[in-house]
Design a protein around this ligand. Structure first.
Ligand SMILES: NC(=O)c1ccc[n+]([C@@H]2O[C@H](COP(=O)([O-])OP(=O)(O)OC[C@H]3O[C@@H](n4cnc5c(N)ncnc54)[C@H](OP(=O)(O)O)[C@@H]3O)[C@@H](O)[C@H]2O)c1
Length: 268
């Protein structure tokens, strides 16, 4: 049997990726901080698909917890005599506000989660995948904001740019091996992310749903796509990169404001 590890599986895109992979018969290791939500999902998926689903509570913005996570993963795999063939680095956070007005500690946590944890877990995964030699997939959930420098998201956008570059380079370095790497780059998706980022949805224009994005990203991963942008509107948006920088910034800001507004009471 094969196991897939999904971070940030307690809600949104991670939860829907877990549903997709369970339906394909993968055993699951689900990671996030809210264990009660993970346990509920694990029980449901184990019952409906006859798979093994294990949950590991972990704060991935804490370097020490991330450093020891794979010891727990290895123990769980050994218990089920299983190997890890899929890692989905999906957990991620960001806050939408001009950089100068942001809380620095919050931004540091975003960097630790979106970059440090993702890099550490990718390293552990690739080592193990090289060792067992089975066909393996690494999916890193980046963002359209990792392709388009998005005003209000200076640090978030930059962390997702890291994820995109990292994935692209890693896929190249691993060519000829049994491991492929995909950077999934969704645009705006209707999940609790928007609320934690300090945003209200005004209009659902151009906003995708989590189940559709998860399905498209899992298909892209299995197809070996290196950088994948779900949705035709998001694909078209990439062409704004051809515009002069200030004009691109203005357009991206305006287009976000069509569907999203800042929540006045938002803080962290
Ligand atoms: N929604 C969008 O518009 C959008 C667009 C592009 C890309 N993305 C990316 O998609 C990914 C998933 O986000 P989502 O939209 O599905 O949002 P979400 O529903 O808020 O999911 C975020 C997940 O990350 C987990 N998480 C957050 N902080 C964590 C921490 N310190 N340690 C461990 N787990 C943590 C959360 O679980 P716990 O709170 O239980 O820990 C949750 O399961 C993120 O990387 C996000 O950047 C989202």
């Amino acid at each position: 049997m094969s196991t897939a590890l999904i971070t940030g599986a307690s809600s949104g895109i991670g939860e829907d990726i877990a549903r997709q992979l369970a339906a394909r018969g993968l055993n699951l290791i689900l990671v996030a901080r809210r264990k009660e939500l993970l346990d509920k999902l694990a029980d449901e998926l184990a019952a409906s698909h006859g798979i093994t689903a294990t949950t590991l509570a972990c704060d991935l913005s804490d370097r020490q917890s991330v450093g020891t996570l794979f010891e727990r993963v290895d123990a769980c795999l050994a218990e089920h005599n299983d190997i890890l063939t899929i890692l989905v680095n999906n957990a991620g956070t960001g806050f939408w506000k001009p950089f100068a007005e942001q809380d620095l500690a919050g931004l540091q946590r975003d960097i630790d989660l979106n970059i440090t944890a993702l890099t550490t877990l990718s390293h552990a995964f690739v080592q193990r995948a090289h060792k067992h030699g089975q066909r393996s997939y690494l999916m890193n959930v980046a963002s359209l904001a990792g392709i388009l420098p998005t005003p209000g998201y200076a640090v978030y956008s930059a962390t997702k740019g890291y994820v995109r570059f990292f994935s692209e380079i890693l896929d190249y370095e691993l060519r000829g091996s049994a491991i492929s790497v995909t950077a999934a780059c969704p645009g705006v998706v209707l999940t609790p992310f928007l609320d934690q980022a300090g945003q209200n949805v005004k209009k659902q224009t151009g906003i995708m749903t989590s189940p559709e994005v998860a399905k498209m990203c899992v298909n892209a991963m299995y197809a070996g796509k290196v950088v994948y942008v779900p949705g035709w509107l998001n694909k078209i948006a990439i062409y704004t990169n051809l515009l002069p920088r200030r004009l691109r910034g203005w357009l991206l800001e305006r287009s976000m404001l069509v569907s999203i507004e800042a929540r006045p009471d938002a803080s962290r």
